[in-house]
Ligand binder design. Structure first.
Ligand code: SAH
Ligand code: SF4
Length: 373
C-alpha cells in the first residue's frame, strides 16, 4: 500500500542516498551535505534560497525532488497547551501532527518544552475498537519523507514564534510516534525517517528524545531491539489479561501477552532503558481493581513505567472514561507497590487531539452532508 508521487520528497533522502543521486548527476561529493544543511539547519523554505548552489543544480533538484510533500490545511490551537496541524499530502490524504506544550514556571507557553506527536500511516490496519484512526482501516503507509516533513512543518511554525538561539537546534524537545497509524507496521519508512531526524546532518534529535509507540507487533519489537540506535519504546497495553485486551485490541489474538511481554523485556534489556506501558482507562472494560493489580505485576516484573490515559471520547464509539475517583483508585493501587505511574492530564480535548479524530471529522465534511454519519 504505497503511494508513488511523481517526484520523491527530498526529506526522505539520507546523506548516502542523496550523495549517490548527486554523483550520478555528475556533482561533486560536497554538494549533498550542503543541500542537507540548507534543509535542516538553515531551514530553507525553497530551492532558490540555497544560494551557494549553482542555478543549474537548483533546477535539477527541483525537477528531481519534491520540496514540500505536505501542505498545512488547518491549524487548531486548543485552550490548553496543544496545537494541532492537519496536513494534506499530494494524493489529498490527511494526516495529523500535534504539538504538545508542557507549561513551565516562569516561562511563557511559547518557550516551554514541546513534544511533537507524528503520524506514520494514513489510517491504521490494527482496528483497535476504541480508536478513531483505525475506524476506516488503513489507507496507505507514509513515506520516510512524508514522516520527516511533519517535523519540518513544525519547525517552520515554531521558528517564527520562538526564534532559535543556535541554528543547529531543532525547534522542539521530544518526538513521540503516537499519531495516526501503527509505526511498526511501516517499519522501513519509520526507521529511515528516524535516522534522518536523529542524524547530525539531519535534524539532530537525540535517540533518547524519540519514543515509538506500538500496539504490540512482536517480531518488529524484537527487530527494533537489534537496531544500533536506542529509541525509546512505549507499548499500548490497555488490558492486563488476554481476555480483556483482546476485547478491544484484535492484535492480541495474533500476539498475546505471553509473546508480547518477553519481547518487551528483551527490548528493555538490550537498551537498558525503561519501557513505558500505556493503559487507556475505559469505564467497565479495563478499569477494575483486578486489572490494576495485574498491571502492577506486569509493570513490576518489567521495571516499566505506566502511563494511564483517561479515555478520550470518539464520536460514534460507545466507550467512556471512568470517574475521577475511580481513576484515582486505579493509580493508588499501582503506587502502593512502588510502580512508577503517571495519570495523563488530558491535553487537547477541545481540538479533537485524540488519535485520528480531526482527520475523521474533516474527511466527513469533505464527503458532504449526504454521506452516512
Ligand atoms: N498505533 C500506535 C501509536 C498510535 S496510537 C499505538 O497504538 O500505540 C497512540 C496512543 O493513543 C495509543 O496508546 C492508543 O491506544 C491511544 N489512543 C487511541 N485512541 C484513543 C482515545 N480515544 N483516547 C485515548 N487514547 C487513545
Ligand atoms: Fe492503530 Fe494505535 Fe489506533 Fe490501535 S490505537 S487502531 S494501533 S493507531
Amino acid at each position: 500500500m504505497k503511494f508513488t508521487p511523481p517526484r520523491p520528497p527530498i526529506h526522505g533522502e539520507t546523506l548516502a542516498s542523496l550523495a549517490a543521486r548527486l554523483a550520478e548527476a555528475g556533482e561533486p561529493a560536497y554538494r549533498a551535505p550542503q543541500v542537507l544543511d540548507w534543509l535542516y539547519k538553515k531551514r530553507a523554505a525553497a530551492w532558490d534560497q540555497m544560494t551557494n548552489l549553482p542555478k543549474a543544480l537548483r533546477t535539477w533538484l527541483a525537477d528531481t525532488f519534491d520540496f514540500d510533500p505536505s501542505t498545512l490545511v488547518l491549524n487548531r490551537q486548543s485552550e490548553d497547551v496543544t496545537d494541532k496541524l492537519l496536513l494534506e499530502l499530494r494524493d489529498r490524504s490527511l494526516i495529523e501532527t500535534v504539538i504538545i506544550r508542557a507549561p513551565q514556571d516562569g516561562v511563557g507557553l511559547d518557550h516551554s518544552r514541546k513534544t511533537i506527536c507524528i503520524s506514520t500511516q494514513v489510517g491504521c490496519a490494527m482496528g483497535c475498537r476504541f480508536c478513531a484512526s483505525g475506524l476506516a482501516g488503513l489507507k496507505r503507509d507514509l513515506s520516510a519523507g512524508e514522516i520527516v516533513h511533519q517535523l519540518i512543518q513544525v519547525c517552520r511554525r515554531e521558528d517564527v514564534r520562538t526564534p532559535r538561539a543556535r541554528t543547529e537546534l531543532a525547534s522542539f524537545d521530544n518526538i513521540v510516534v503516537m499519531g495516526m497509524g501503527e509505526p511498526l507496521h511501516n517499519y522501513d519508512s519509520l526507521l529511515r525517517a528516524l535516522t534522518i531526524l536523529n542524524a547530525g546532518w539531519g535534524l539532530g534529535v537525540g535517540a533518547r528524545r524519540i519514543t515509538i509507540s506500538t500496539s504490540g507487533l512482536v517480531p518488529q519489537i524484537r527487530r527494533l531491539a537489534d537496531e544500533p540506535v536506542g529509541f525509546r519504546l512505549a507499548v499500548s497495553l490497555h488490558g492486563a489479561t488476554n481476555e480483556v485486551r483482546e476485547q478491544i485490541m484484535p492484535v492480541n489474538r495474533r500476539w498475546p501477552l505471553e509473546e508480547l511481554l518477553p519481547a518487551v523485556r528483551a527490548f528493555a534489556e538490550k537498551h537498558g532503558r525503561m519501557v513505558t506501558l500505556e493503559f487507556i482507562l475505559i469505564e467497565g472494560v479495563n478499569d477494575t481493581l483486578d486489572q490494576a493489580a495485574k498491571l502492577r505485576d506486569i509493570a513490576g516484573d518489567l521495571h516499566a513505567h505506566v502511563n494511564l490515559i483517561p479515555y478520550n471520547a470518539v464520536e460514534g464509539l460507545p466507550w467512556r472514561r471512568p470517574s475521577l475517583a475511580r481513576q484515582q483508585k486505579f493509580v493508588s493501587l499501582l503506587q502502593e507497590r512502588g510502580v512508577s505511574v503517571t495519570l495523563r492530564r488530558e491535553k487537547g480535548h477541545d481540538i479533537d487531539a485524540a488519535c485520528g479524530q480531526l482527520r475523521l471529522k474533516t474527511e466527513k465534511e469533505r464527503e458532504g452532508p449526504t454521506a452516512p454519519a
